[in-house]
Design a protein around this ligand. Sequence first.
Ligand code: COA
Ligand code: MG
Length: 291
Amino acid sequence: MRARRALLYMPGNDLHKIQKAATLGVDCVCMDLEDGVAINRKSEARSTIHQALLSLEFGKSERLVRINRVGSGLEHDDLELTITAKPDGFVIPKVDHADQLVWVSNQLERYEQKHAWPKNDIYIFAIIESPQGVVNLTEIARASTRLQAIIFGAEDFAGAIGAIRSPEAWEVFYARSAVVTHAAAENLQAIDMVFVDLNDSDGLLKEAKLGAQMGFSGKQIIHPNQVNLVQEVFSPSEEDIQKAKSLIEAFQEQQEAGVGAFALGGKLIDAPIIRAAEQVLAKARAAGKID
Ligand code: COA
Ligand code: MG
């Protein structure tokens, strides 16, 4: 599993922001061709992204490109004019049906064959941001072996269902939780919604913590100031890691003694608790906190 604790967007036509993003140590850098780019700048953005991918050193960051909606009429050129610079993956917005991912996957297969790249080398990420997308999550999550994560887009979703956004975000809770559940069912990661208030770090912390509690692997972000806070929240703490290790150790001892459930520090410990502890260690490993 690769750590995807923060996925930072920047407009694809803004080379300065791409250059900056490449230096931040953020898990995923997502160069945007969709809503962050004006319609008359799409073509410029495609060539800026292509150039950036070929010339910049992104360190450990995963290099992603967000294309326009499959069905917008822009998606073909978005792929065609960036693919030869071989990003690590494409982020597909406004996914309502599995067919949209199948289309992208088939296109990528064509390019992989053409360039003699390994099969399934280029990943895809699906953004769910409509009621149709939520309703069709079962088929979407199974649409392609390239799929790595499902991303939740709260703003478009809230608009589509006629909800009014609030700091507690109860209006999108069902969809948010559905994304995590369907992703987990197919062994995929889930990436939580954007927090748009750049000056409210308390609000960001609260929302990121809730996302981590809900089972998200990471969160979409829009500003360099959000990188460290969000990556920290989605990394297990030293205390979490030690606790998980001791639980697993105690569990193994009890298993050997023929005991399946026992109390430790006044709390029941059994197999589900141990599976959760193993998840903590997997996240810690992905974040480079343990070997
Ligand atoms: N990625 C990389 N660098 C970014 C960045 C981002 N998303 N947002 C800001 N920066 C850089 C700025 O270029 C600036 O760099 P400098 O100090 O070298 O000049 C520095 O970080 C501070 O930026 P700041 O002045 O606070 O913000 P801004 O006014 O330049 O930009 C936004 C504010 C909201 C326009 C900008 O953060 C942004 O474009 N975010 C992404 C929006 C997006 O992609 N939306 C679509 C997906 S939801
Ligand atoms: Mg959107």
